[in-house]
Design a protein around this ligand. Structure first.
Ligand code: ADP
Ligand code: MG
Length: 361
């Protein structure tokens, strides 16, 4: 351990440390200098677009991909030289191939047989884990006799059966329909509480990450764009990429941006206000405004002149798509049935927003 390190030793010795990890496939840099500390028992999601390096990180932790540089430590010890089967990590990869010629119970028993656990202990543990994933009666079925959701549970049970302290899940719900997916998300959270294992969950679905994880590491082109709790990442995105990837966001060109106490004075078409915080480094100033922080008002109000180009009723919410005097499109979202002012397509209105919720990026 580095003596100059600021963190207390206890933090480092308990959990997973990814240290300056780099993975290069020939000329492709899949992972570019990624560092992250994951606490024992944490539920962390790696979120990001396709190709951002999520699977590569998981493969490196599991031991199926050899990093080009950096280190991965589990409870303070490097695991890079350890073969995958000695790392004691449970893994459910995309596609979760079960052995088709083995029953659910035999699939689940497989990792225990590999570890030479004795017969009677295997029987007990397999039946216990089948109960835990809600498949108590289906141990004798073959994969082709089960639904996608049931097969998914078998794959999960197979990863859990040897009680790993670290569980890696790569888009484990991708093959399921929406209702099943929502139900399984809930179950993963309950299961996490029950088993107390560290879970690293890879997904490209922001809703899945926001609703399930304690922390999210948002990946962009092999790097971590931001790491934080779901609400931190949503409310305080560190860059335009983050603001655009998580939730929806308008980006407006600001006419003037002047530094002032605690933030900046920003003006858009004569509509001015105070935006908190430092301007994110790099790029010209764009004002990031979430649609639900914006409002629509009669044309003689304060705001930026706009024309309503579409109105979409979404149920609880209604979205107004407007065009500002600058020609930029601007989306406004509000609760559907709480307003007296309900403009229609073609109406001239003013668009405004809660300045203290906006950010410069
Ligand atoms: P994600 O899981 O976020 O979609 P991946 O980790 O699979 O991303 O891929 C990251 C990058 O590495 C992509 O550009 C991908 O094309 C590349 N890549 C992944 N696996 C290999 C491989 N075995 N050989 C070459 N390039 C690869
Ligand atoms: Mg992937």
């Amino acid at each position: 351990m580095n003596a100059a390190d600021q963190q207390p030793p206890a933090d480092r010795s308990q959990g997973l440390s990814i240290e300056r990890l780099g993975v290069t496939y020939r000329e492709v840099t899949a992972i570019d200098d990624v560092s992250l500390e994951i606490e024992r028992g944490e539920f962390i999601a790696f979120l990001g677009p396709s190709g951002s390096g999520k699977t590569t990180i998981l493969m490196s932790i599991a031991g199926f991909t050899k990093p080009t540089s950096g280190d991965i430590k589990l409870d303070g010890r490097s695991i890079l030289d350890m073969p995958p089967e000695d790392r004691g990590i449970g893994v459910v990869f995309q596609g979760y191939a079960l052995f088709p010629h083995l029953t659910a119970a035999q699939n689940i028993a497989f990792p225990l047989e590999m570890r030479k656990v004795d017969r009677s202990a295997i029987t007990t543990r397999v039946s216990k884990i089948l109960d835990m994933v809600g498949l108590g009666d289906l141990g004798g079925r073959y994969p082709h006799e089960m639904s996608g959701g049931q097969q998914q549970r078998v794959a999960l049970a197979r990863a859990l059966v040897f009680e790993p302290s670290l569980l890696l899940l790569d888009e484990p719900l991708g093959a399921l329909d929406k209702d099943r997916r929502l139900a399984m998300q809930q179950e993963f959270r309950l299961l996490h509480k029950k088993i107390g294992a560290t879970i690293i969950y890879v997904t490209h679905d922001q809703h899945e990450a926001l609703s399930m994880a304690d922390r999210i590491a948002l990946m962009d082109k092999g790097r971590i764009a931001q790491v934080g709790t779901p609400s931190e990442i949503f409310s305080a995105p560190a860059s335009r990429f983050v603001a655009g990837f998580i939730g929806e966001c308008n980006f407006l060109k600001a006419d003037t941006v002047d530094r002032e106490e605690g933030g900046h004075r920003v003006s858009v078409a004569g509509y001015a206000g105070h935006v908190r915080g430092a301007q994110a480094a790099g790029g010209s100033a764009a004002l990031a405004i979430r649609p639900h922080h914006a409002f629509i008002a009669p044309h003689d109000s304060i705001g930026v002149p706009a024309t309503v180009s579409d109105v979409m009723f979404l149920g609880e919410l209604t979205e107004y798509i407007t065009r500002l005097s600058s020609g930029e499109e601007f989306r406004i979202r509000r609760i559907s049935d709480k307003h007296d002012f309900n403009p229609s397509i073609g109406d001239h209105v003013k668009a405004g927003w809660e300045w203290d919720r906006c950010r410069l990026c």
